[in-house]
Design a protein. Structure first.
Length: 169
């Protein structure tokens, strides 16, 4: 009997200063931590070079961990249009890298991610971090950015399970 291969999911929490990434294997309802980290482009390099750094680093994560699917957190819009636009550029680099690798890419609002992991869309970063430690104990201590990325991967795993379940009915 050949067991079904788990689906490997890459979660990304884009940022221009720090982009969190997390990889989980999803086997039915079971989630298994694979890896996580943070991509931090040097602050002193030009904006375009920082975006290239992000793209290449996400591409390297994809090459190393061979995910089947990717999920990216949607941009949080704030009152500073310039900051929002720059974050959108970082998010684009995070979307293009998996798309170029041929992966399906899903997008989730921060409230959806928080609700999937904590149970409420208004959860704060410490609550997300606490739940990541509970749901993925093998992850050990994570930074807020990596915990958020793992949460995006978990939200995607939950959404795929719900879609598959509805499709089977």
């Amino acid at each position: 009997m050949n067991p079904i291969r788990p689906t490997r999911i890459l979660g990304l929490d884009p940022g221009l200063r720090r982009t969190g990434w997390g990889v989980v294997d999803c086997a039915g309802a079971r989630l298994i931590h694979v890896a996580h980290g943070v991509i931090a482009p040097p602050q002193e390099i030009a904006f375009a070079e920082r975006l290239l750094f992000l793209f290449e680093a996400v591409s390297a994560v994809i090459a190393e961990h061979a995910p089947d699917e990717a999920a990216v957190e949607e941009t949080f819009v704030n009152n500073n249009a310039s900051s929002t636009l720059k974050l959108g550029h970082a998010r684009a680099a995070s979307l293009i890298a998996p798309a170029r690798a041929g992966l399906p890419v899903a997008e989730y609002a921060a409230t959806v991610v928080k609700k999937a992991v904590v149970g409420t869309g208004g959860a704060d970063k410490s609550q997300v971090g606490f739940m990541i430690a509970r749901l993925l104990p093998a992850a050990g201590k994570t930074t807020a950015d990596a915990a958020d990325a793992l949460a995006v991967a978990i939200a995607h795993a939950h959404a795929r399970t719900a879609r598959n379940f509805r499709g089977a009915a």
